[in-house]
Design a protein around this ligand. Structure first.
Ligand SMILES: *Cc1c(COP(=O)(O)O)cnc(C)c1O
Length: 330
């Protein structure tokens, strides 16, 4: 029985087209000069996101860390939605390395942003300087912030003088699900991070983007963190192929929806997914994951639930097969 891997959209393997692009990439030394393929990727992503400049980084965590490092002074408080990747899944580097004091927002509304970050505080109070958004929101089940919702949050942050960073690891999914341009979902932010190695299928790489002056500083911090690479064009070439695949994400969303509907029809407690992440509530998480593993369905724990993530290496037929296996077990 071949396992069907729905643990994450990071499990995709580069296909032949991507490997050919990597093999034939034009390269240079990106630390000494600027690798031409890296430069092409960065320009293309900056244009897509509607910002001045962009910088390739080896991981999304490094992209977020670079942005937070440059936004925050030691001891500054930053706001982020409960369960945000920067709060829970980056080893506390927002505090440990970027010096920030995290504050989780239990409900992400403009009012909550102003209530948490605005107003006078005594001299010994914290200074709040940054709002960190996440679209789609991974731990909430790949949920989407609309362009209007995004604009209202940015306006609230601005009204109390906060900078805004957007963790857009899956911003592509939000853009496809809403049918809006990426730039509408980045409007007004200072910095944004996007992942090429999730459902777009690149083996490695994210991009952190913002103003030209931000990227000049970001390049220094990337080097400081050990993220300067030499002939990075081999990796950037995969990223360029990945960008051609944004429209394909609609299929992942359809597959996630079909999976959720199928699970519901056999009695599972599963809300309709907004994008490619399906969260199922189960009475016993460990037992549920183990039992799925026994029938060759790999899922992961997230927010106390079973998380299934659809991606390019999982077909419609695989989803049908998952439902057959789970149905037989039930
Ligand atoms: C995956 C992910 C990242 C970055 O992860 P890396 O594994 O470091 O590339 C950041 N934010 C969110 C929401 C993610 O899902």
């Amino acid at each position: 029985m071949t396992p069907i891997d729905l643990r994450s959209d990071t499990v995709t393997r580069p296909d032949d087209e991507m490997r050919r692009a990597m093999a034939s990439a034009e390269v240079g030394d990106d630390v000494l000069d600027h690798d031409p393929t890296m430069a092409a990727l960065e320009e293309r992503v900056a244009a897509l996101l509607g910002v001045e400049a962009a910088l390739w980084v080896p991981s999304g965590s490094m992209g977020n860390l670079i942005a937070l490092y440059l936004h925050l002074q030691r001891g500054d408080r930053f706001l982020a939605p409960l369960g945000a990747h920067v709060l829970d899944a980056e080893l506390g580097t927002a505090a440990w390395l970027a010096g920030g004091m995290p504050h989780a927002l239990h409900s992400l509304t403009p009012e909550a942003v102003v209530a948490a970050g605005g107003g006078e505080s005594p001299y010994y109070g914290l200074r709040t300087t940054l709002l960190c958004l996440e679209n789609t929101h991974n731990a909430a089940g790949g949920t989407v912030t609309t362009a209007d919702g995004h604009a209202a949050l940015v306006a609230a942050a601005r009204s109390i003088g906060l900078a805004v960073h957007l963790d857009g690891a899956r911003l592509w999914n939000a853009s496809v699900a809403l049918g809006v341009e990426l730039r509408e979902l980045t409007a007004g932010v200072d910095t944004v991070q996007v992942c090429l190695s999730k459902a777009l299928g690149a083996p490695v790489g994210s991009v952190v983007a913002g103003s030209s002056s931000f990227v000049v500083e970001a390049r220094r911090v990337r080097k400081m963190l050990g993220g300067g690479v030499r002939q990075g064009g081999v990796l950037a070439a995969a990223g360029l192929v990945a960008l051609d695949r944004i429209p394909r994400l609609a299929q992942d969303h359809a597959n996630a929806s079909a999976l959720a509907a199928g699970l519901r029809s056999i009695g599972w407690d599963v809300p309709e997914p907004a994008t490619n992440i399906v969260l199922a509530s189960v009475p016993d998480l460990d037992k549920a994951l183990l039992s799925l593993r026994e029938i060759g369905v790999l899922a992961s724990p997230m927010s106390g639930k079973v998380r299934f993530v659809t991606h390019g290496d999982v077909s419609q037929a695989d989803i049908t097969e998952v439902l057959r296996r789970v149905g037989e077990r039930a």
